[in-house]
Design a protein around this ligand. Structure first.
Ligand SMILES: *Cc1c(COP(=O)(O)O)cnc(C)c1O
Length: 387
């Protein structure tokens, strides 16, 4: 079966009542017939569920679908994207190891790397998304993992997955990719050689702004280490959230196709607007890494970003002038969302640090929703008039 069919048809959770849609398994633990069955389960001699911190049928269904969509061997679902990222570091890196990452990564991931990994004796350094030629020189004898996001947030730089994966292979490193922005129906890092893929399921995978969740998929032996870490430390995905997310995956492919279609339309319509100094969208030929994007992605995704000629003040005016688009700290929703990184998510950075990752003072990020594209564009146009 095609992975898209699997995302609709995999049903690991059954009650025996002939239900069509997956039931929800709101239970913290599972029963055994006798002492021997319980002993065997605890000895890992069976796949029986024991306790929902370890496994749960609904969580397994969501995980199995993600494994199929990403073309992975195994997976483990977590309570949020950040717990997935954190578990992928803590289960696989130890004192004295070095993590190589990119300066364009999600803010909380940056905090984990910079503030917490050094407490455990784990070294890190950053390379630039725009300077792939400098990556090889940044690898150290103790480098263990390369961690990247592509497209990057919010700058929409594209990192060449084939190239980084060749580098990881050469030095026997784990390539760990946050695939949150693209989703597996648009880009499959494992096909290009990544060993691990992490997700915030909170974004496009849910797609309707309802629940937090995360998932890690990849090579069986790496996932086993991550599973053991999570089983002991407790960042399990709740059965309710797993049920919501599993239903969401049934429509992921059609949703992402429309998000991308709307986004491309908006990107083309705004590209030469007089109030905009530059606009970035991976599938516009003007994007600096257009050729890499079209090679490794099925479409340009649902995020468009542009810089207002009026800078910081214009960014605030733009947000204040929107009538329909939501001002909220999320992305990947049916509802279009606008954000202004320089005054919010990236306000703590110095101007120099911001510019190093292409976050200009007037940068606006639009998470393009599923409303009629004319309504989204109409709202953006009228707000630009006021800037
Ligand atoms: C939101 C996000 C995360 C963190 O996910 P949460 O579910 O909010 O914990 C990680 N990476 C990227 C790229 C994100 O956008």
């Amino acid at each position: 079966m095609n992975p898209i069919t699997k995302a609709i048809r995999i049903q690991t959770a059954h009650t025996g009542e002939m239900e069509h849609s997956t039931p929800m398994f709101l239970t913290s633990s599972f029963c055994f017939d006798d002492a021997e069955a319980m002993r065997a389960a605890f000895a890992d001699e069976t796949d029986d569920n024991i306790y929902s911190r370890f496994s749960n049928p609904g969580v397994k269904e969501f995980t199995d679908k993600m494994v199929a969509l990403e073309g992975a061997e195994a997976g483990y679902a977590t309570s949020s994207g950040m717990s997935a990222v954190f578990a992928s570091f803590m289960a696989l890196l130890k004192k004295g190891d070095h993590l190589l990452s990119c300066n364009s990564i999600f803010g909380s991931t940056h905090s984990v790397i910079k503030k917490y990994l050094p407490n455990y004796g784990i070294e890190f350094s950053y390379v630039s998304a725009d300077k792939p030629d400098e990556w090889e020189a940044a690898i150290r004898p103790n480098t263990k993992m390369i961690y990247i996001e592509t497209p990057t947030n919010p700058g929409l730089a594209i990192i060449d997955l084939e190239r980084v994966s060749a580098l990881a292979k050469k030095y026997k490193l784990i390539l760990n990719v946050d695939n949150c922005f693209a989703t597996p129906v648009n880009q499959r890092p494992i096909d290009f050689g990544a060993q691990l893929v992490v997700h915030s399921a909170t974004k496009w995978l849910d797609g309707q702004g309802r629940v937090l969740g995360g998932v890690i998929v990849g090579k069986k032996e790496l996932i086993q280490e991550i599973y053991l870490f999570c089983r002991s430390t407790g960042p399990a995905l709740s059965p309710f959230n797993a049920w919501v997310l599993s239903k969401s995956l049934e429509t992921l492919d059609v949703r992402m196709e429309r998000h991308a279609k709307n986004a491309l339309h908006i990107a083309k319509a705004l590209e030469h607007h007089p109030k905009i100094s530059f606009l970035k969208y991976p599938f516009l030929p003007s994007h600096p890494q257009y050729h890499i994007a079209t090679r490794q992605m099925q479409n340009g995704g649902g995020i468009v970003c542009f810089d207002l000629t009026g800078g910081l003040e214009s960014g605030r005016t733009f947000l204040n002038s929107l009538q329909m688009l939501s001002l909220t700290a999320n992305l990947g929703d049916t509802r279009s969302i606008a954000s202004h990184p320089a005054s919010t998510t990236h306000a703590k950075l110095t101007e120099e640090e911001r510019l190093a990752t292409n976050i200009t003072a007037g940068l606006i990020r639009i998470s393009v929703g599923l409303e009629h594209v004319d309504d989204i564009l109409g709202d953006i146009f009228q707000a630009l008039e006021k800037c």
